[in-house]
Design a binder for this molecule. Structure first.
Ligand SMILES: Cc1cc2nc3c(=O)[nH]c(=O)nc-3n(C[C@H](O)[C@H](O)[C@H](O)COP(=O)(O)O)c2cc1C
Length: 199
């Protein structure tokens, strides 16, 4: 009787191991399953978003990687009126200002990989993002930029990031028009796959 029970148990176990699962797997699930362990423990999504477009990309990356998120927030918020904001951003860029940010990542040493998100402002990163870069110890880390823009593209933002953190490795950026950010999840997925960041 005992032998029969063991035999039945063994057959059941065998069936369980060999039966394929037919659960629907979205592209995001797939990336999570493949890369989650290595990415989630050491990755951080850092972003600045004035009107919410770049936040949409950050959320896609969060869903695809399970990484934690950190928002760069300037102590003094930027004007909501577009022209005023552009005027201020232009002046800050010309003057090389590092605006004060309200919070820092205390345990930055525990992250190897930083997804860095920003809107393109005057052809480059907004100055609060520059503040984040110079006020954290990023030597030896990998930075993966992602951005949204109006129509000017990624422009010289990536080389500007590299200049601020010469000891970090800055990878290929992902960029999309701000109005298309919410529907860019598949494109984000393809970009992350292409980066092959585990190797
Ligand atoms: C101050 C300012 C400067 C901008 N400069 C540029 C630019 O140089 N090139 C561009 O394509 N878009 C530019 N834009 C448009 C933003 O990059 C675009 O709307 C972006 O999606 C906004 O992202 P957010 O919603 O995350 O803030 C600018 C917007 C602002 C407010």
């Amino acid at each position: 009787m005992k032998r029969v029970s063991i035999l039945i148990l063994a057959v059941l176990l065998l069936l369980l191991c060999t039966t394929p699962t037919f659960a629907a797997e979205t592209t995001s699930d797939a990336l999570n399953n493949e890369d989650q362990d290595e990415q989630s423990s050491t990755s951080l999504i850092v972003y600045f978003s004035h009107t919410g477009n770049t936040l949409e990309l950050a959320k896609h990356i969060q869903e695809l990687t399970d990484a934690e998120m950190f928002e760069i927030e300037p102590v003094i918020p930027y004007p909501e009126v577009y022209e005023e904001c552009v005027r201020q951003a232009r002046t800050e860029l010309a003057d090389g200002v590092f605006p004060e940010i309200s919070d820092h990542v205390d345990d930055i040493a525990s992250y190897d990989l930083i997804y860095l998100g920003y809107p393109i402002w005057i052809g480059t990163i907004p100055r609060p993002v520059a503040t984040f870069l110079v006020e954290h110890e990023l030597e030896g880390k990998t930075i993966i930029p992602f951005c949204t823009y109006g129509g000017g593209g990624i422009s010289h933002s990536v080389t500007d990031i590299q200049a601020l953190v010469p000891e970090a490795t800055v990878r290929e950026a992902f960029g999309v028009t701000g109005t298309k950010a919410s529907e860019a999840k598949d494109a984000v997925y393809e970009w992350l796959k292409e980066l092959d960041i585990d190797k």
